[in-house]
Design a protein around this ligand. Structure first.
Ligand code: HEC
Ligand code: HEC
Length: 153
């Protein structure tokens, strides 16, 4: 009986401790209350292609996509980004990987695996970071490795 009581005390203490330290996006608002709603961040619509953080990053969408339909009947994105459309739209063509099926065969049209563009590509907004981020660009990593080899680091 004593052991059970002790275990219970520890469990309760643990719960109280966890409550203080678990990071949440509620910013301290008690669970049963509603805090101030954050402003909806403004979309960045610069039309300027962004530098990728690593070679295989799906590039960020530099323009608005509000109301762009992507379903079995229509793919609004491909009306500008398909191989045939880029002459008129001057948009960058989807890359060759977008035609590859899972056996690495190149199809004549965009592969079903890459049909739903917004599964990977997202538009930009000027929202503040939700969590702190210590991401380092791959070029900085290469500089670091080169420096380590020559004994600078
Ligand atoms: C009306 C034509 C048009 C439509 C529709 C369109 N785009 Fe674009 N897109 C462009 C143009 C033009 C650019 C080049 C940058 C610019 O002018 O905004 C571009 C740039 C991009 C880029 C950046 C490529 C890079 O290398 O940085 C991505 C990603 C992209 N679009 C994805 C999409 C997705 C996903 C959709 C559908 C939700 C879409 N686009 C719909 C015209 C279009
Ligand atoms: C499964 C993830 C995925 C989906 C779905 C996808 N893409 Fe991509 N896309 C990527 C990645 C990763 C890259 C960069 C590497 C590469 O080219 O494969 C890319 C590159 C691009 C580029 C830049 C091409 C270049 O040569 O600079 C454009 C434009 C683009 N995608 C448009 C689209 C459009 C439009 C669709 C929908 C029809 C789409 N993507 C669907 C992952 C995806």
């Amino acid at each position: 009986m004593h052991a059970i009581a002790t275990a219970l005390v520890f469990a309760l203490a643990g719960a109280a401790f966890a409550q203080e330290t678990v990071a949440t996006l509620r910013a301290g608002t008690p669970l049963a209350e509603q805090g101030d709603l954050p402003q909806i961040a403004k979309r960045l619509n610069t039309d300027l292609r962004q530098v990728r953080n690593y070679p295989e990053q799906p590039p960020l969408i530099p323009h608005k996509i509000d109301g762009y339909q992507i379903d079995i009947n229509v793919n609004k994105c491909l009306q500008c980004h398909s191989r045939a459309a880029v002459g008129d739209s001057q948009a960058p063509m989807v890359s060759i990987t977008h035609f590859m099926n899972r056996d690495n065969q190149f199809l004549a049209s965009v592969t079903p695996r890459r049909y739903f563009c917004t599964q990977c590509h997202v538009p930009r907004s000027d929202a503040p970071d939700l969590v702190e981020n210590t991401f380092v660009d791959v070029d900085q990593v290469l500089d670091y490795v080169a420096g380590a080899k020559s004994g600078d680091n």
